[in-house]
Ligand binder design. Structure first.
Ligand code: SF4
Ligand code: SF4
Length: 417
């Protein structure tokens, strides 16, 4: 009980920290309208994994691990009740139904084990390109591997727990897989088997509670955040850029349609740090699974430019965490002379983007790296007047000639002569 309460306490503390960090975003978001469509998106994309299966091998393996993990954790209800009330397999009185459920869990456990091993081979032996990019070195790689080891351990413990449970084996109801493991323990005394079963039981439940608390520090937070992320994800037409309220307001002031307010001078255009982004963009960053599907289709990345949309999301998350720790330490954010733009994401990366939207289309959980890139570019252009020469020339031409070309408006129809 103490372990359960402590781990739930830590989990709630981390959820509160997550909410606080996401809410440091002050940027504008589109209104959350059309809830029926949003619910459909969440059910189709997050629950139904519809975008995962566009890559059949990874998608199917992921589906097995995802379903297996959810289904096997139903067993957790029984484990928790047994742990709290000192009972043993409290639901076993359900007879055939119980056998069917435990049997299904055992089959899923084996399928999850196989899938996770294939995932590990893809990452560590075949070394698929999108897992080898520069941003996947160090902690991100270790994190991805650790989760695979965790899953192997939890599934093995579940099967071993069943295999060493003499009472369960004697029931011969649902031990579809564990009955084949049981003979390996046939030389052990009943007392030893009991100790083993309890050890596997304890390690299994403590392992799940550790996993729960590890989520916050891992890309695997997506198993929770994929749901709100797909619900709140943009439902506008793909490729449509949002209007900046700050610009509309400035234009209205210039045209006499609005009056300048006292804090007009504090208006900021675009984003240079995470506090300028919207809560949805920050939710996106926390939801990123680091799968690299976006980067693998990014034309800039494919042609060797220094841009990876996955890195944009990872950098954003790292910076939010840094700002969050700063707030934890000082009670409020104290400037640390750092910014997302420049210290994490370079101008070169931002200007390499073709704004093609391929990353947005490809993301399996509706993340929009392009919106962050565009907001940071807007900041570069409108706050720092900093853009590549080609763009500056074009913008000057539009300003002077009303067209992107360096010709006088009167000469427009010269080609016609
Ligand atoms: S929108 Fe930009 S970041 Fe996304 S795929 Fe296209 S070029 Fe890459
Ligand atoms: S943004 Fe989406 S596609 Fe890109 S790494 Fe994150 S989850 Fe994968």
């Amino acid at each position: 009980m103490l372990i359960l309460i402590t781990s739930l306490g830590f989990f709630i503390r981390n959820i509160n920290r997550l909410r606080r960090n996401i809410n440091i975003g002050n940027g504008q978001t589109e209104p959350i309208t059309n809830k029926p469509e949003r619910w459909r998106n969440m059910l189709r994309i997050a629950l139904g994994q519809s975008k995962m299966v566009t890559r059949p091998i990874a998608g199917t393996l992921h589906l097995i691990v995802y379903l297996g993990f959810i289904i096997i954790n139903i067993e957790l209800i029984e484990i928790l009740i047994d742990g709290i009330f000192g009972t043993h397999r409290i639901f076993s009185s359900a007879g055939v139904l119980y056998g069917f459920l435990i049997g299904s869990f055992e089959v899923f456990a084996v399928l999850v084990l196989i899938s996770v091993i294939i995932f590990w081979i893809r990452r560590n032996i075949i070394r698929i390109k999108r897992f080898r990019e520069v941003e996947m070195k160090g902690w991100p790689k270790l994190d991805a591997d650790l989760i695979l080891y965790f899953e192997i351990l939890l599934m093995s413990l579940f099967l071993l727990m069943n295999a060493t449970d003499v009472e369960f084996q004697n029931m011969n109801n649902g031990n579809i897989i564990s009955s084949f493991i049981y003979p390996f323990f046939s030389d052990y005394s009943i007392d030893t088997l009991h100790v083993l079963e309890r050890s596997f039981w304890w390690t299994h439940i403590v392992g799940i509670l550790i996993f729960l608390n590890y989520l916050y520090y891992s890309k695997h937070l997506h198993i929770i955040l994929a749901f709100p992320n797909t619900f709140y994800g943009s439902i506008s037409k793909i490729g449509r850029l949002n209007n900046m309220k700050s610009v509309t307001n400035e234009v209205n002031i210039m045209m006499g349609k609005a009056v300048e307010s006292e804090n007009s001078n504090d208006v900021k255009f675009g984003a240079s740090d995470v506090t300028d982004l919207s809560w949805l963009q920050l939710l996106n960053a926390y939801s990123c699974t680091e799968c690299g599907r976006c980067t693998s289709v990014c034309p800039a990345n494919i042609t060797g430019k220094k841009l990876s949309p996955r890195k944009i999301m990872m950098d954003t998350r790292d910076r939010i965490e840094e700002v969050g720790k700063n707030i934890d330490k000082h009670g409020e954010f104290i400037s640390d002379d750092k910014k997302l733009l420049g210290d994490y994401i370079s101008r070169e990366e931002l200007w390499a983007c073709t704004s093609c939207n391929a990353c947005v289309e490809e993301c399996p959980i509706s993340i929009d790296p392009l919106s962050i890139i565009m907001d940071m570019r807007r900041n570069l252009v409108m706050e720092e007047s900093s853009a590549p020469n080609e763009l500056n020339n074009m913008m000057n031409n539009i300003e002077n000639n009303g067209a992107p070309w360096p010709y006088n408006q009167q000469d427009r129809l010269n080609w016609n002569e």
